[in-house]
Each structure stands twice: as C-alpha cells, then as structure tokens.
Design a protein around this ligand. Sequence first.
Ligand SMILES: C[S@@+](CC[C@H](N)C(=O)[O-])C[C@H]1O[C@@H](n2cnc3c(N)ncnc32)[C@H](O)[C@@H]1O
Length: 230
Amino acid sequence: MRSLFSTANSSGIKEPMLKRLALFGSELVANPRAIGAACPSSPLLARRMARSVKATGGSYVLELGPGTGAITDAILRGGVPENRLVVIEKSPVLARVLRRRYPRAHVMEGDAACIQEIVHARLGLNAGQFSHIVSSLPLRSIPKPVAELIARGIQDFLSQGASLVQFTYDLRNGSVGWFGRLQHVRSSVVWLNVPPARVDEYFATEAHSVAVPPVLCEGHAGPGVTSLRS
Ligand SMILES: C[S@@+](CC[C@H](N)C(=O)[O-])C[C@H]1O[C@@H](n2cnc3c(N)ncnc32)[C@H](O)[C@@H]1O
C-alpha cells in the first residue's frame, strides 16, 4: 500500500517521501527558475498527467523534466514498460537519482530543447516511435527564448496522432499559447496540488519534421549528456 511517507519504484524498492522532498528542496534552492515549482507534483496531478499515456504496439513515451519522478511513477503504474520510457532531465543531480530509481528506463541528462539530438543521435530512435510526450517543464519560468525553442521542438517532434500532456500553474490560459500547431483536446484543473495546476492535453494532426538545428545542441563528455549551447 502507498503511504504518505514512502513511495515505491517499479521494482518495488521503497524510498522515503521525505528524502524526495529534501532532494526537490535542495534543487529548488540551487536552481529556482529551472525547477519552477514549490513542491513535487501531488499524486493526483501525477495520475491526471498519466491517465491517457499508454505504450501500445511497442511505442515509446518521452517525459520532459521529470524532477523527482512523481509523474514517472504514475506513467509506469499506468502500464508503460520501464524500458519504453525515455526521460530528459537537465539537472545532473536529479538525472543521477532517476537513473538509480528507474534502471531500465532511458534516463538522459540533457536539455529538452535538444529532443531531436538526444533521441536520434544518442538513442538511435526516431520521432515516429513515440506515441506520447509528458512534460512538467516550467515553460513560464525558464527564459522565454529557451521555452520557445522547446515548444517548437516538441511540436516538430510529435508525429501524426501522437499526444502531448503539459501542466502549468497558469489556470486561466493554460499552456495553449505555446502549442498553436497542435490540436487542444481537453484541459482540467487539479486543485489538490501545491499550487493548483492545469493539465492540457493535445495531439498532433499532422507530422512536422522540421528538426531543431543540431548546431544549437552539443554533446558533452559522458553518454547521454546533451545541453543547449549558450
Ligand atoms: C516542475 S519541476 C518537475 C516536478 C516533477 N513533476 C516532480 O514532481 O518532481 C520541472 C523539472 O524540469 C526540469 N527542467 C527545467 N528546464 C529543463 C530543460 N530545459 N530540459 C530538461 N529539463 C528541464 C527541472 O530540472 C525540473 O526537474
């Protein structure tokens, strides 16, 4: 049974919730704009984000900005096999923790602005193999040019019929303004989260294969590490 004080990963290994909160807090202090949230996502928000996410027919799921893994847990509990999950997390500390926690998932330390680069060059996968993108990226708090690049990259990456789910604390406008090329399917507010969050779901009605120019992204020492050139 799940408890308020512990959480179990897909292998059933329990981890104290307080440890997660402490990890989140220290990352928040170190990099407030990149974390962009006061607390980890609540179980209710995590379930809402994951509710439509399936890995049917051997497809992959891409999670952007998984943080401490609250939504990752919900995606896996929803039945997505761990080895069908690719996550891109910018914080080296969080990426290391996620790699330990989800040993069979493809945990990539890197910048979500470099999706194409990370997925193609580093994992040898292509956009057509992904059915869903699940994003916790704080688009409103990261620098606007980077957020715009990420939003463009997400829309370029999604193949026809693939979906995006994104949450935001902007309850009124949601994330709709960022993803004008996608069809907005539904939105809902999760009040049991600190602060309350709005979940927007989209899907791609046509394929956009305009890749983010690779010159913007460069690999660094160590496998799976890709970041945006500043
Ligand atoms: C709102 S927090 C995620 C909260 C998460 N749902 C949880 O419960 O822990 C946003 C996450 O996005 C990551 N992030 C921010 N900018 C990023 C970028 N450009 N590429 C990849 N990850 C990024 C942050 O490091 C942080 O882990």
